[in-house]
Structure formats: structure tokens, C-alpha cells
Design a protein around this ligand. Structure first.
Ligand code: GLN
Length: 314
């Protein structure tokens, strides 16, 4: 049993997740699966998986919680952690920490602000972080897959080459962003090489159960209860959670904070991972997206979770 810190009552995480799975069903059909990456268009829109990993080492899942899905922008979170771990504050010379209030692949604001990305979670900032990691390794996606596996002590996960190739051939907007970044010397590598590395990273696939496990150090001051090691400094955890809270859900970040009250990061594969500091992590996957590109059903599920568990930082 788990205690609701707001009401003091005890509840079962397993029952709560099953209840949420049943409750969200009427919301299917209201969103739209991402189709600008052709390979993602074929995903079954009715998939739903949700998992919680707790600091006590419990992990509970419901629905399609063990099925790998495309992490997409959720990888920006792990890229940021890797970059901060390796370079510390140097990373903030390339990207800012302010919400953008614009779509994740917005172009005009980047040009107006001399190629300085607002934050590491819009595509411009993520491309700059990937470029930074390319200075440390020849295989950013491989490094990230290894880091996710180590952090969560999980074995699954793979790069979906078809998804990567599909995005690489249609990444017109990301190429434009990378070219602006290069023109302003925000990135060091050739724009096309950075876009390729970024698309490969986005094509990583893990299940929500593995994702919740891998993100757990963000709820535990940097300690991975599963790996039995500290994987990031506590001061970095606070910073990453702050950027998630203010920038993690694109131009819905404010309404997501209002509805859920937890730092979170979404991806157009339909995944969202949320952090309840001192308690645990929650990951959800449902491919239909709302108009800004966040999982529509996933957001409802997290709202129900926060309401019923009392796990909210607000
Ligand atoms: N690979 C995707 C893109 O750059 C990721 C976007 C997302 O998940 N929001 O368009």
C-alpha cells in the first residue's frame, strides 16, 4: 500500500493504475497519431500503457506497459542528463532555460534570437545538446541507450532503424533549424550529421516500465535504487526537474503544471514521463496526440494519477 501525502489515506498503486486504464477509455479517438514521421503513422492509436516506479524499488504497470514505443522527444531528457554529467554548466552556454511558448520545431524565434535556443527541450536546443554529445562519442544514440539501461538496470530497448530512416528523409524543419544553429556557431558539427544523430536518438524504443525505472534517479536526488549507484549529482537533478517543470510539455507546459503538478517530458511517440520527487516516477504511453503534440490520453491519465495519489509538488 502507498500513502497519499495530501489525504493521509492508503491506496494500492496497482488498483489505481487499473482504474485509470478503464477511466481513460472514452477519450480514445479525440487525438491524432503523429504522421509527419511516416513510420509513426502506422502505430495502433488504442495502445495504452502506464507504469510507476517507486523509491522503495516497487514497480507496477498496467495495459501495454511492457511494449517498447518510440521515445522521440523524451530522449531530450536523457541527452540533457548525459550532457550535464559530462560537461556541467558548459551546456548552458549553448542553450537557455526559458519556456518557449512556441511549437517544438518553431524556427522564427531561433533566428530572431541569434541562434540561441530557448531551452534543451525544443528541437533547436535538443539539436545543440546532441551536437555537444557528438564531441564526446561517435554514437550518441548508442551512448543514450546504454545510459538508460544502466540507470534503470533494464535490459530492453533498441534503436528502430526504420523510424530513424523515416524521420531522416523527412526532417526538413530540423535541417533548417540545424542550419541556423550552424550559421550562428551554436553547433560545431555539420548540420546534416547533427540531424542524423538526433533522429537516431529519437528512434530509441523502450517500454513505459523501463522508462519509469530509468528516470527514477530524478525522483531520488540522483541515486538509482535499481543500479545501486548515484548516476547524477543532486544539484543537477534539481536543475533538470526545474527545466522539465517549465519547458517539458512545449506550449502546454503551463496547463500541464496546472492539471498534473509534476515535472514531465513528452514525445510525439505518445509517451510522457513524470517525476514525483521523493516518491517515484510515472511513465505513460498512448499514441494519440493533442494539438501541441503531447499524448492526449496520457495527459488525462497523469491528471487522474496526480489527483488520486496526492503525488504532486504543487
Ligand atoms: N523527432 C521528433 C522531431 O524532431 C521529436 C519531436 C517530439 O517528440 N516532440 O520532430
Amino acid at each position: 500500500m502507498t500513502r497519499n501525502p495530501q489525504t493521509g489515506s492508503e491506496f494500492s498503486l496497482a488498483h489505481l493504475l487499473d482504474d485509470i486504464r478503464d477511466h481513460v477509455r472514452p477519450a480514445f479517438g479525440r487525438g491524432k497519431v503523429a504522421d509527419y514521421i511516416p513510420e509513426l503513422a502506422g502505430v495502433n492509436p488504442r495502445k495504452f500503457g502506464m507504469a510507476v516506479a517507486t523509491l522503495e524499488g516497487e514497480d507496477i504497470g498496467t495495459g501495454d506497459c511492457d511494449e517498447p514505443f518510440s521515445l522521440q522527444s523524451i530522449t531530450k531528457l536523457f541527452a540533457l542528463i548525459l550532457a550535464l554529467n559530462r560537461g556541467g554548466d558548459e551546456v548552458w552556454m549553448r542553450v537557455g532555460k526559458e519556456p518557449s511558448g512556441t511549437p517544438f520545431n518553431h524556427l522564427a524565434i531561433l533566428e530572431a534570437e541569434q541562434g540561441a535556443p530557448r531551452n534543451p527541450f525544443v528541437n533547436a536546443g535538443a539539436l545543440a545538446v546532441t551536437d555537444y554529445l557528438m564531441g564526446k562519442t561517435a554514437d550518441v544514440a548508442g551512448l543514450m541507450a546504454g545510459f538508460i539501461r544502466f540507470s534503470g538496470a533494464v535490459e530492453g530497448g533498441a534503436i528502430n532503424d526504420a523510424v530513424a530512416a523515416s524521420e531522416i528523409t523527412t526532417a526538413y524543419k530540423n535541417r533548417a533549424i540545424a542550419n541556423i544553429l550552424r550559421a550562428h556557431e551554436t553547433i560545431d558539427n555539420e548540420p546534416n550529421a547533427v540531424v542524423d544523430a538526433y533522429c537516431r536518438q529519437c528512434a530509441l524504443e523502450f517500454s513505459v516500465r523501463d522508462l519509469a525505472r530509468a528516470a527514477l534517479p530524478l525522483a531520488a536526488s540522483g541515486y538509482s535504487p535499481r543500479a545501486g549507484e548515484t548516476i547524477m549529482a543532486p544539484r543537477l537533478v534539481r536543475r533538470v526537474n526545474a527545466v522539465m517543470m517549465t519547458c517539458g510539455m512545449y506550449e502546454s507546459t503551463g496547463s500541464f503544471a496546472y492539471r498534473v503538478g509534476l515535472p514531465a517530458k513528452s514525445g510525439v511517440g505518445g509517451g510522457i514521463v513524470a517525476v514525483a520527487p521523493g516518491r517515484g516516477t510515472i511513465a505513460v504511453w498512448s499514441p494519440e496526440l493533442d494539438r501541441v503534440g503531447n499524448s492526449l490520453v496520457g495527459t488525462i491519465a497523469l491528471e487522474l494519477f496526480a489527483q488520486n495519489s496526492g503525488w504532486s509538488i504543487l
